[in-house]
Design a binder for this molecule. Structure first.
Ligand code: NAD
Length: 356
């Protein structure tokens, strides 16, 4: 355990949680001492952006509704220019990781404070990590200027999230907590968050699969996503996140479903090197074995469990294994190409996770 010696860095954000809380967005802007908020969203979330803009009344400076996946640098520049023209003194990011990512990119160069109103379980709102894509390359970094100052979690916003995306986005959140439990810089506080976050998601996702409009389960899932996102923002990630970053970036696989397919296999790879973390994950899932428990959860939810089903080509598995071993990064178990290639094969086939 990590209870004798540790470093815990609290990421200061005000969190406002509850159904309907998006209506308080004007108060949150005023609390930051701001008067002119630029709302940032994607086209699909334009209705949400407009409703927030309307709720702001005189404190709305305008709306930028073209957030897109992977934060293209051209869009970041356009949104930054618009913020300048409108003399915005604060940014409101409304939507999933793409909208929040764009607001972060604007905050990086403008220093404007961000209020996030998340509508998925991806967790970007709780991290100081940003990514900007230019010339086909995604540059990522960490800067406290991009960490949202306030996060308004309103579970009603997640009611429109398609069921399959809700379920895979929920497992995407579990992945942050699972890797956080075996992080090199894990500490008792983030581990509490991780355990509680996995528990809340493991409890709520099966209900959501049956009743996507169940607001109590939506609130429980969003609560879990907050906790898991906060783990992502506080401690380092490892093999699982690297694999998903590689598969998403180089082979264009969808973010949340890729996390869902890979997680049981990445955990199986690390199981022998992180037995205490595995025991806590299993306890939170209510099962005996963490990798098998995640695989069983995905099967119960009826979401894809193979990379083949996500459109990956088997011929690309070798290159994916090579990329995953590049740019050495910390992992509880050293990176070994052959077992990583084997785990990718099992993920491709949708086979149960196996220790190797
Ligand atoms: P996303 O924002 O692209 O949303 C996925 C899809 O869901 C989009 O089509 C979007 O329009 C739709 N959607 C979102 N909310 C909806 C709602 N309530 N109702 C209906 N449809 C809705 O993706 P995401 O899964 O939220 O986040 C993934 C992205 O965020 C990735 O690019 C990832 O790299 C990034 N991310 C970054 C961090 C970080 O710390 N920087 C953390 C997690 C994720």
């Amino acid at each position: 355990m990590h209870t004798h010696e540790f470093v815990y860095t609290g990421r200061a954000a005000r969190v406002v949680f509850g159904a309907g809380k998006r209506a308080t967005i004007g108060d949150e802007v005023r609390l930051l001492g701001a008067r002119r908020a630029l709302v940032i969203c994607g086209l699909e979330q334009r209705a949400l952006g407009e409703s927030l803009s309307a709720a702001l009344e005189g404190a709305s400076a305008g709306l930028f509704d073209r957030a897109a996946m992977h934060v293209p640098a051209t869009l970041a520049r356009e949104a930054r220019e618009l913020a300048g023209q409108l003399r915005a003194d604060c940014l409101i990011a409304a939507g999933g990781g793409s909208a929040i990512g764009l607001a972060k990119a604007v905050a990086l160069t403008s220093g404007l404070p961000v209020i996030a109103v998340p509508s998925t379980y991806a967790g970007s709102e709780m991290t100081p990590i940003y990514g900007i894509t230019e010339g086909g390359l995604k540059r990522t970094g960490s800067d406290l200027r991009v960490l949202p100052r306030t996060v308004v979690y309103d579970p009603e916003l997640t009611l429109s999230l398609p069921t399959a995306l809700s379920l895979t986005s929920g497992i995407n959140a579990i992945a942050h907590a699972a890797e956080g439990l075996y992080a090199r810089d894990a500490n008792p506080v983030t581990s509490l968050f991780a355990h509680e976050g996995i528990t809340a998601l493991a409890r709520s996702l099966p209900t959501l699969a049956r009743e996507p409009s169940n607001l109590d389960a939506r609130a429980d899932a969003l609560y879990g996503a907050w906790l898991c996102g906060s783990v992502l923002g506080s401690v380092g990630m490892a093999l699982h996140h690297k694999l998903c970053h590689t598969l998403g970036g180089s082979f264009d696989l969808p973010h949340a479903p890729t996390h869902t397919v890979v997680l049981p296999h990445a955990l199986a790879y690390n199981a022998s090197a992180a037995p205490q973390a595995m025991a806590r994950i299993a306890d939170a899932l209510g099962c005996d074995d963490a990798p098998a428990g995640i695989h069983a959860l995905a099967r119960e939810l009826g979401v894809p469990v193979s990379l083949a089903a996500l459109g990956m080509r088997e011929a690309d598995l070798d290159r994916a294994a090579d990329l995953a071993c590049q740019n050495a990064y910390w992992n509880p178990r050293p990176l070994e190409r052959a077992p990583i290639r084997a785990l990718l094969q099992r993920a491709f086939d949708g086979a149960p996770p196996a220790l190797s």
